[in-house]
Write a protein that binds this ligand. Structure first.
Ligand code: ADP
Ligand code: MG
Length: 639
């Protein structure tokens, strides 16, 4: 049995480093937090090679006395706690006194500092945990910490570092969060001497949000505020149409510290219940100002999570504040206003949208026509066939009680028909009253050729029937799905055409998005979207997919980046392609509220067969529900 031994200080520091320093961004977080604790007004961050080569954080804060420098890099030495009670009312970002020691253990580390009143500065170097001597040096007031070759002595850690762009993305993320908590502080971030972020001091959170994420996002936010006893909630939440596919833009600042909190995130989602479809997350920048003694920040190694004394009360405060706010805000009007402001900025107008929709429909139809032509030539038997309407089978469709979105073919013993659709009613029932739009516009001839009839109600649903019962179709969902399937087939057939832009379009992104975009340059290119770096967080779009003509290139790029920055496994080309097709389909599809002509309804129903054997489903929303005759009979007590 091996004997129990005390660990060496160096090993203790390495273990601590393992918890606190996960990647370069963790170092940046600790160093910037120290600068903020020292009440810096300006913090300059310089990074080389994603932080693995160099991280330098310079501040103009209080500085450290020369004699204290060895203590600053010693573990469990801090100026931020003086008595045991302090731990339960932490007012600073740091308090454990182990960050510098941990960082210096796994890097080549140098700190230079000069307090206001000192005549000269002092510096100290630590290499892999071995501390040198304090030496005088000239330096401006404040502190500069340089961390070179992070993880040089822990190769395993080093191996886990991702690409430069990914690490830079994490760093900009960290800096953004810290900057949101401290709008009054000037932040700059440079990568390989190239400026990435410059955030001059401002007075309000909303100005900082605008500086970080753009004016247009800032315009789409609603201000919220409430106070309950001594807990103050303030900040901004996004209009429903500003939602995202991930929770990255849900920023929660507890006493100036960005935290994660599942319960509060849940409250946020709950407040938007009914306003967002599944898989969409609201944008939120919320500050919670809570007396320090009501929260324990000492529960997580990087202090990313905290424990509230009364979490339940915070949950309901957040939920009720948002609900009340939504009740008193006309969200639709706000959304329209916001989008008309965007129109004014030249983004989109209804006419462009219509033209664009037509383009995509024509484009996709081109493919459809080919299929039809092939089918009508007997010499090409075996090719996808479209039987004459009389032979079409009514489509067994998803029932109300089936999981949304899947049109499961009914009897599994039957092979699904090659092509199906909303066929003629089995008994050839006559058309309905003329008060509504129906498809019975044509003469006898046309009727024979167009057995697809339906009633459009509320300009959003199509009511029809099949063998099983009454079918209610969501016109947007169906069209979206049809377009998606058409696009998908077309794309599976060959490479995407792309067209060069006469004038390359610059797109301003946030730092994380910019990093993600450049890192995935090649994938985008295989989709026909060619981008190039343009300095700062701007990328240039040089070519883009021909089938997307009509959609703003910037919009396309942003939509494609979204899944990349949502974390987790990076999506591959197929996922991205799929996202792109979803986006086109959704944008080009008729909308709820669009009044359809008889022909349009016919065309739509005639193409519904494309959907029935689909393996993909754009947004997971059902396209139709069936009220079976059995159910109806039961309802009307006919059984
Ligand atoms: P903690 O922040 O938990 O106290 P650190 O290891 O991060 O622990 O820092 C140790 C000590 O070094 C701090 O308590 C502080 O006194 C001093 N220090 C570190 N960075 C700075 C800085 N940028 N400006 C002034 N003092 C600093
Ligand atoms: Mg610290």
């Amino acid at each position: 049995m091996p004997r129990i031994q005390r660990l060496s200080q160096s090993l203790i520091n390495k273990i601590a480093a393992g918890e606190v320093i996960e990647r370069p961004a963790s170092v940046v977080k600790e160093l910037v937090e120290n600068a903020l604790d020292a009440e810096a007004r300006r913090i300059d961050i310089a990074i080389e090679r994603g932080g693995s080569q160099l991280i330098r954080v310079a501040d103009d804060g209080a500085g450290i006395e020369a004699d204290d420098l060895p203590l600053a890099v010693a573990s469990h030495a801090t100026s931020k706690l003086s008595g045991p009670d302090d731990l339960f009312r932490v007012g600073t970002l740091g308090f454990r006194g182990e960050a510098l020691a941990s960082i210096a253990e796994v890097s080549r580390f140098r700190i230079r500092s000069r307090p206001e009143e000192a005549t000269s500065g002092a510096e100290l170097t630590v290499v892999g945990g071995s501390v040198g001597d304090v030496a005088p040096c000239g330096c401006p007031r404040g502190t500069v910490v340089e961390v070179r070759e992070l993880f040089y002595n822990t190769p395993v850690r080093r191996k886990f570092l991702r690409t430069v762009q990914t690490e830079l993305g994490h760093i900009t993320d960290v800096v953004s969060r810290l900057a949101l908590g401290h709008p009054e502080v000037h932040f700059t971030l440079a990568h390989n001497d190239r400026p990435v972020v410059n955030l001059p001091p401002v007075t309000t959170l909303s100005e900082r949000i605008a500086a970080l994420y753009g004016e247009s996002l800032a315009r789409n936010l609603i201000e919220v505020e409430s106070e309950d006893d001594n807990v103050r909630l303030s900040g901004f939440v996004g209009l429903p149409h500003e939602s995202r596919s991930n929770t990255k833009l849900q920023i929660l600042l507890l006493n100036g510290r960005a935290i994660r909190d599942r319960a509060l995130q849940h409250a946020l989602q709950e407040a938007y219940r009914g306003l967002l479809t599944t898989g969409r997350y609201p944008v939120a920048f919320l500050r919670l100002d809570v007396p320090a003694e009501l929260v324990d920040v000492n529960v997580h190694p990087t202090k990313a999570e905290v424990r509230f004394q009364d979490g339940g009360r915070l949950y309901s405060q957040l939920l009720s504040t948002l609900r009340m706010r939504f009740l008193s805000t006309d969200l639709t009007a706000r959304a329209e206003q916001a989008s008309s402001e965007e129109d004014a900025a030249g983004a989109h107008d209804p006419e462009t949208a219509r033209r664009y929709r037509q383009q995509v429909v024509d484009w996709a139809k081109g493919r459809l026509e080919e299929i039809r032509e092939t089918a009508s030539r007997p010499d090409l038997a075996g090719a996808p066939s479209v039987p004459p309407p009389e032979e079409r089978q009514p489509l067994p469709m998803g029932r109300l009680d089936r999981p949304a979105g899947e049109w499961t073919p009914g009897g599994s013993d039957q092979r699904p028909p090659a092509v199906s659709g909303y066929g003629p009613p089995p008994s050839g029932a006559p058309g309905r009253d003329s008060g509504h739009q129906t498809t019975e516009s044509g003469g006898e001839e046309q009727r024979a050729a167009s057995p697809f009839r339906a009633l459009q109600v509320h300009n959003r649903y199509l009511v029809t029937e099949n063998e099983e019962g009454v079918v209610v179709i969501d016109q947007h969902a169906l069209h979206e799905r049809i377009l998606y399937e058409q696009l998908r087939r077309r794309v599976d057939d060959g490479p995407l055409e792309s067209q060069g832009l006469l004038v390359p379009e610059p797109v301003d992104l946030d730092p994380v998005e910019a990093a993600a975009a450049l890192e995935n340059q090649e994938v985008f290119e295989s989709l026909g979207l060619k981008i190039e770096p343009f300095g700062g967080n701007t990328v240039l779009i040089v070519r883009y997919p021909a089938m997307l003509a009509g959609l703003g290139p910037g919009e396309i790029l942003r939509a494609l980046i979204e899944p990349l920055v949502s974390g987790g496994k990076p999506p591959d080309r197929r996922d991205l392609l799929d996202d792109m097709l979803h986006m086109i389909a959704c944008k080009a599809a008729i909308k709820a509220g669009d009044r359809l002509s008889s022909e349009e309804i016919e065309t739509l129903l005639a193409q519904s067969h494309l959907v029935d054997d689909a393996h993909h489903c754009p947004h997971g929303r059902p396209t139709a529900v069936v009220f079976s005759r059995k159910e109806l009979d039961k309802h009307f007590r006919r059984t």
